[in-house]
Design a protein around this ligand. Structure first.
Ligand SMILES: NC(=O)c1ccc[n+]([C@@H]2O[C@H](COP(=O)([O-])OP(=O)(O)OC[C@H]3O[C@@H](n4cnc5c(N)ncnc54)[C@H](OP(=O)(O)O)[C@@H]3O)[C@@H](O)[C@H]2O)c1
Length: 330
């Protein structure tokens, strides 16, 4: 049976939607405690990572106005009711309804879409969504895993179909998913190439382990096996042109727009595959946590801010002024 506590807690919410001025709908302040249905449990949040998903919510993508106000945030690491340190899996779904893959459940949602998110003192989640926090990672690092790092992990290992030694191009090196892909791909033995609009971010990508970096849209020295796309419209043509015949684009986002010319002639003539990818399963999140422990991969954090200063982090993301993840702490 669901019940509501009457006490309040600090939270960061989407109060209104504005497609052009997403920050205008962002509010910080007191919110009711989340309800805890049967089979769910409460996590005391220690750190929560910002994703572009939170900006999309403020722009009205993936949420309808009748669900507002909504506590934002998909990702968290914190303390479970039994005192254990945990990472919160962001996908609220039934694996059985997705044929064993919860990301294929037609009714799947992410925290902050239907249920209050992680930018709060406490978040309520199904018990199965708790994954042990790797002890080698700080709360801030662990909070980066559930969305950006899990997405990059699944794109590389489940969706790309390539083997270590293959060349993988990451479009948009500076973002959360982009930096995650470079780090994880490099640790797994892929030859990672990356593009970025910014010279400074290209230099940082090289430091992370990218083998070569390029200006967005630049001609590559040779064609690649796979492109990892999250930028969308601004880079799509370049992605299609950069692939070897028979190559594959794995796409999980369209930050700059989702309606570029489809380049259909090139897609069929060079026999390309376009594969969509979204998040990952709870079990994959557990394997990603182990992968980080085994390889020494640690999420790249651009800055850590007190959650009360979340607005500054959102502004940096809207402006593209970041390299890696922005993390809020309590
Ligand atoms: N399907 C899923 O499960 C899933 C999961 C995670 C994220 N996503 C989506 O993936 C996208 C990235 O998410 P994120 O959290 O990593 O965002 P982020 O940290 O804000 O990164 C934004 C990225 O977009 C690039 N970019 C933005 N505008 C661009 C433009 N006009 N031209 C070229 N590059 C541009 C940036 O690259 P540079 O600044 O380096 O050029 C950067 O890599 C978002 O749209 C998000 O919704 C989807």
């Amino acid at each position: 049976m669901a019940f509501c506590r009457v006490l309040g807690m600090f939270a960061v919410t989407a109060a209104r939607i504005d497609a052009d001025d997403p920050l205008s709908g962002l509010e910080t302040g007191e919110r009711p405690e989340p309800s805890v249905p049967d089979g769910w449990t409460t996590v005391t949040v220690k750190a929560a990572a910002l994703n572009h998903h939170d900006v999309w919510t403020l722009r009205g993508v993936g949420i309808s106005p009748d669900r507002l106000p909504m506590v934002l945030g998909c990702d968290a690491a914190g303390i479970a009711e039994d005192g254990n340190e945990v990472v919160v899996h962001a996908v609220i779904a039934d694996p059985d309804a997705g044929g064993g893959d919860e990301t294929l459940d037609p009714r799947r949602s992410l925290l902050s879409e239907r249920h209050p998110g992680t930018f709060a003192e406490r978040v309520s989640v199904p018990r199965r969504n708790l994954v042990p926090k790797p002890s080698a990672l700080s709360f801030e690092e662990a909070a980066c895993l559930p969305t950006a790092y899990l997405t990059a992990y699944k794109m590389l290992f489940e969706k790309s179909g390539v083997q270590p030694g293959s060349t993988v191009l990451v479009q948009g090196a500076g973002g959360g998913v982009g930096t995650a892909a470079i780090l994880i791909g490099r640790a797994a033995g892929f030859r990672m190439w990356a593009t970025s609009r910014s010279e400074a971010k290209r230099a940082r990508a090289l430091e992370l382990g990218a083998d070569q970096v390029f200006e967005s849209g630049a001609r590559l020295p040779e064609r690649v096996d796979v492109v990892l796309e999250t930028v969308g419209q601004a880079t799509w043509s370049h992605s299609v042109r950069s692939l070897k015949p028979g190559g594959r684009i794995v796409i999980s986002g369209a930050t700059s727009g989702d309606a570029p010319p489809a380049e259909l002639t090139r897609v069929f003539f060079t026999q390309l595959t376009v594969t969509g990818s979204t998040m990952g399963s709870r079990d994959e999140l557990g394997r990603l946590a182990r992968f980080c422990e085994q390889t020494g991969v640690r999420p790249v954090i651009d800055r850590v801010l007190p959650m009360a200063q979340a607005r500054d982090g959102f502004a940096a993301m809207v402006d593209g002024d970041l390299f890696g993840k922005i993390v809020f702490t309590l």
